[in-house]
Design a protein around this ligand. Sequence first.
Ligand SMILES: [Zn+2]
Length: 205
Amino acid sequence: MTDRKAQLVDELIRHTGELARAGLTPATSSNFSARLDDSRCVITVSGRDKGRLTPDDFMDVDMDGKPVEPGRVSSAETLLHTQIYRLRPEASAVLHTHSLAQTLLSMRHERAGYIELAGYELLKALHGIKTHDARVRVPVVPNSQDMPALCAAIEPAFADEPFWGYLIAGHGLYAWGRDLAEARRHLDAFEFLLTAEMTKLGFRA
Ligand SMILES: [Zn+2]
């Protein structure tokens, strides 16, 4: 393992551990990746407890989601990660979690196709947003176990302005950033803002 890859994997393990302890990765769900170069990323192996990852729980895949090392199985949602790297050259890390707020609010907004977040100071945590007086639409797509279908459902959103995350209804959030620290900041901001919206609507966590 190169030094850079080892450092990325160490950082991914730290973030996944923190997110697991915060309750965002229930029941071995969720998956995490970082870009290695233009043709590969490193991603979590399928089905491991995200609170107890080791470097052996990561593997390399190409940007079509195919394993670089034969015989290993990456996360079921690998194609959603590699789609983001292909369509957003600035994306260097992708974090996917399954919190209660992400799950419930995305179901409520599935028909609308987006959740609008407006007026929150924490919107400024999203790269490019300079004021609380902003409106951010987080796309929501229907859930599916067919990954190419899910990729096709979200692909039109990538034609719009830069954005840093989307929701899959009844499922969870994909968030990314120009580096791993920014991806984490975006994830934390979305989680806070979705929890605020959920509370405003009277949902109980
Ligand atoms: Zn998932």
